[in-house]
Design a protein around this ligand. Sequence first.
Ligand code: G4P
Length: 538
Amino acid sequence: MTAPASPDSTRPVHESLAREVSRRRTFAIISHPDAGKTTLTEKTLLYAGAIELAGAVRGRKNQRAAVSDWMDVERERGISITSAALEFEIDGRRLTLLDTPGHKDFSEDTYRTLFAVDSVVMVIDAAKGIEPQTRKLFEVCRSRDLPILTFVNKLDHPARDPLELLDEIERVLGIHAVPMNWPVGTGDRFKGVYDLQQHALLLYDRVQGGQRRAPVHVAGLDDPTLADELGVDAHLELQEVADMLAGAGAPFDLEAYRAARQTPTFFGSALMNFGLEPFLRALVELAPSPAPRPTTTGALVDPASPGFSGFVFKIQANMNPRHRDRIAFLRVCSGELTKDMVATNARLGGTVRLSRPHRFFGRERETVDVAYAGDVVGLVNPGKFTIGDTLYAGTPVEFPPVPRFAAEHFGALRLEGTRHKQFDEGVRQLEEEGLMQVVFPLAGRREPIVGVVGALQFDVIEARMRAEYNVPCRVDRLPYAHARWVDAGADGHDLKLPMTGVFRAVDRQETPVLLFESDWELQYTERQNPGISFLALH
Ligand code: G4P
């Protein structure tokens, strides 16, 4: 085990540290629900040998219990609601895949996760093209200039014309899509892919789970072997497309990909295992290792510099029913995080001993002895960390806050039964996770009102309160659309408010909060109370 970086460390950049950083790839997969993110994740893990899944034997329902899907509510609904970190090795590279929720609802969790990765894989359904959720998530990636690899999936089903799909990526997303391979046939006639970079023809047998034949390496598209393998017509078609591509667009350029101006695009079928190898090779070879990260002062922290730094991007209660603890997920940004090291929390100024850093593999966890930039570790969180906290050892640093979003849906959270203590604890912990905002009516019963960004979160709150705290409760929807914190110092009682459509509440710190039914009431209140700020987030 390597010694912790000392606060005054003056040793030169450690070679092994630089080597560890350069072999790390921390990424997320974004897609619209059903495009094939779960399948691609499973196949990536299978390829890495990280899980054993006898695809041919097990039914899809069993396969759904993928290692990243660990909550009942996820399994019941067939969606992945929370982000778990999966780590695995391919060809000497250490890959960390941060799982992102795949439902249609807006999810803050996904946005926070995209803050913690260095690159992204975008999965597109070849029959559907760019769908709304893909577009929203893409915009977040673009705002961070995250490099994006694209996997166009389900070519074994009737699909849209590949050229049209490339064009749609460019038109709708405004990023140059560079095909790295080309499908040979689609739907029933999908045989494989021609690797435009390596000049190799990858043919597959259509058996359950897909099976690749030995790749056929050719000297180029004019190689007569191609005609033998594909037949004259398919060969001619491929030649024509390749000519057109050569004349139409810029060739693949690593720098343009890393700068998020180009997205290398792969065609295939995750379900049938067609076209996975070239895609995974690109993920390993092209996706960037951790880059220097800007701090609040604008300075850059070199990931291979010896001083440890990292930030908390997610908090999760009850990861494991046997442990019942809260885990703060920390993305390491520089140096070495070692077991038992003492780090400073930049927000609080105090130190904290990282006595049991964990690494996660779905439900499984193991203690981490040392972690490097790009790694994600879980820290048991007895209320010491909040989302966005920077931890460091040595030179003080602070990373910019993780973005937060204002709630748009509100409901009264009603306890069904008498387990008040457990109810209060559950509400407090789910609030700490950032799953919801919580306020209380100013007058009357102290029943919490919960605010969420996407309405699906209400189901998640009910399910988790029941499953994790054994507290049956329900959310009764309330007709509010906005919450505003009344600027500190202002007395909520003196405000001039419209006759109806506004509800007075307070947060845990007794700060006045107003809930508005619509924009009209909010704007009226702002106009009537000049000089007072109404804040969407607190
Ligand atoms: P998601 O995580 O993006 O929501 O998608 P997921 O992988 O769960 O895949 C959604 C559906 O699409 C699944 O079918 C899955 O089997 C199918 N699928 C994924 N990749 C491919 C592919 O390459 N080709 C084809 N033809 N289908 C693919 P389902 O009907 O929802 O589930 P099941 O009936 O297979 O259990």
